[in-house]
Design a protein around this ligand. Structure first.
Ligand code: ADP
Length: 217
């Protein structure tokens, strides 16, 4: 399988961090921005950096975007430009188009013209941080469904020195332990004889309410 290819339109704080992270993860990344300095600054870190106005359909048509896996539209407040480029990349058949928006109206418009996903980075980060302040690290969990999550859980003091079999967390809390971490070492798929030590971190899957209760124990 070849490397995944993404195009990022707009190199504000959001677009730039998405582009650099994708490149860091080994993806091919093409970036487009009409600001010369931003293009110059990022050029050595991405596959291809193009100075262009994203509404310039002619230039965009020369970029060979047809086979890209995804497009990220991060041109900020310019709704008209975001709409145009969303329509253009969808017409080219790019399967996944993600757009950054600031308001519900922008979200509605961009979805209507074909964006597969819209994100509100400031709003979403604000919610995540507030949840973290209230619930500790609970919201660092990976949500598996609306009911279940996978998360890291500090071993409770009453668990120290006991085996997983003795603790019987599956029966008691309906949670599954899929790994145990201790000082950087990760024991994947522990056996029933695994003894839980002080400072162990359990990687578990369970119901959100249960996990939240155990986290705040
Ligand atoms: P953030 O809030 O993530 O920092 P900004 O709205 O500040 O994002 O940044 C938007 C980026 O999009 C800027 O780098 C700007 O140069 C670029 N941009 C805006 N309009 C266009 C356009 N029509 N063509 C190309 N780039 C654009």
């Amino acid at each position: 399988m070849g490397k995944k290819e993404f195009v990022v339109f707009g190199l504000g704080r959001f677009g730039k961090s998405v582009a650099l992270t994708l490149a860091d993860s080994g993806c091919e990344v093409l970036v487009v921005d009409d600001n010369e300095e931003k293009i110059h600054d990022i050029a050595e870190y991405v596959t291809y950096a193009v100075k262009a106005d994203v509404t310039d359909a002619e230039t965009l048509s020369t970029l060979g975007l047809r086979n890209f896996d995804g497009a990220i539209i991060a041109i900020g407040e310019n709704l008209e430009a975001s709409v145009l480029v969303t329509i253009l990349v969808k017409e080219l058949g790019i399967p996944y188009v993600l757009a950054k928006v600031q308001t519900d109206t922008q979200a509605k418009v961009l979805k209507k013209v074909g964006a597969d996903m819209v994100v509100f980075p400031e709003k979403e980060t604000g919610i995540r941080i507030a949840n973290k302040l209230v619930h500790g690290n609970f919201f660092d969990a990976i949500e598996l469904s609306t009911t279940f999550s996978m998360m890291e859980l500090d071993a409770l003091p009453e668990w120290y020195g006991k085996t997983l079999s003795e603790l019987d967390l599956r029966a008691k809390y309906d949670i599954n332990v899929i790994g145990v971490k201790n000082r950087g070492k990760f024991n994947f798929n522990p056996t029933a004889e695994e003894i839980i030590d002080r400072d162990d971190i359990l990687v578990v899957i369970g119901r959100n309410e249960t996990l939240s209760q155990l986290q705040n124990h």
